[in-house]
Design a protein around this ligand. Structure first.
Ligand SMILES: Nc1ncnc2c1ncn2[C@@H]1O[C@H](COP(=O)(O)OP(=O)(O)OP(=O)(O)O)[C@@H](O)[C@H]1O
Length: 232
């Protein structure tokens, strides 16, 4: 279980997260929704230890993560697929994937090495191609593959379908759902594509101005709520 208690995060003196409380059971799928600039990416960065200043508590399976540096949070089981994918363009696909393995904890037996190429065969075909020469959709697959190679318990995905051509969007969505449903990986997804969020997730939170303003099981994610809190 992942638990956030009164999580705050600051850019300088500006408080971008205003005390977020959240509980996510192992193996579940949570969608984090909200307009641009409400703090969704900041929430991910705070969970991962990528903010300069935070307050509150983060615990994974009862173990406090908030005192730990980012690499130890990765060892504890947090995988990240950042907005914009974060592929190193001059590294090959093989080298980009290798980066994921550096974030594993030693002696970890459970490995998704084969699964990466099973769900994204194109990565196996393009192992020696530079990351920067892949299409946007292929780069997104690479970013998800790299996160999988960290052997995560939870993957945080920040707008994985943003700017991706429609034929690959479907593959990426199905892969994310499979990682959750077939492999038991807990997923937290930031997404503007509400239909994907509805289809894939068990529960949702909607953020405004650094706070959670609505939450519940996904069946309660009504059109009314969407209109009230999102630009649809
Ligand atoms: N590096 C930064 N320095 C200062 N303020 C920032 C920085 N990054 C984000 N912010 C501010 O923090 C707030 C939350 O931004 P954040 O990127 O977390 O929102 P978001 O919900 O992820 O939006 P988007 O959907 O556009 O990615 C915004 O007001 C934003 O302007």
């Amino acid at each position: 279980m992942l638990e956030l208690k009164n999580l705050e995060a600051y850019y300088g003196n500006s408080r971008a997260l205003q005390g977020v409380n959240l509980t996510l059971e192992t193996g579940k799928f949570l969608a984090v929704l909200g307009r641009n600039g409400v703090g969704k990416t900041t929430l991910f960065k705070a969970i991962l230890g990528l903010m300069d200043r935070c307050g509150g508590e983060i615990a994974l399976s009862g173990k406090r993560l908030d005192p730990l540096p980012t690499f130890k949070r990765a060892h504890a089981g947090l995988g990240y697929v950042p907005q914009g994918r974060g592929i190193i363009p001059t590294f090959t696909v093989r080298e980009n994937l290798k980066l994921g393995t550096f974030a594993r904890s030693g002696g970890d037996k459970h490995s998704y090495d084969d699964l990466v190429f099973e769900i994204f065969p194109v990565l196996g075909e393009f192992l020696d191609r530079q990351g920067g020469n892949l299409s946007g959709g292929q780069q997104q697959q690479l970013a998800i593959g790299r996160a999988l190679l960290t052997n995560p318990k939870i993957i945080l995905l920040d707008e994985p379908t943003e700017g991706i051509q429609p034929n690959i969007v479907e593959q990426i969505e199905e892969a994310i759902i499979k990682l959750n449903k077939a492999h038991g990986i807990t997923i937290i997804l930031v997404e503007q594509d509400i239909e994907f969020a509805r289809r894939a997730s068990d529960s949702f939170v909607i953020m405004e101005k650094g706070r959670v303003v609505a939450e519940g099981p996904v069946k309660n994610l009504t059109d009314n709520l969407m209109h009230k809190h999102m630009a649809v």
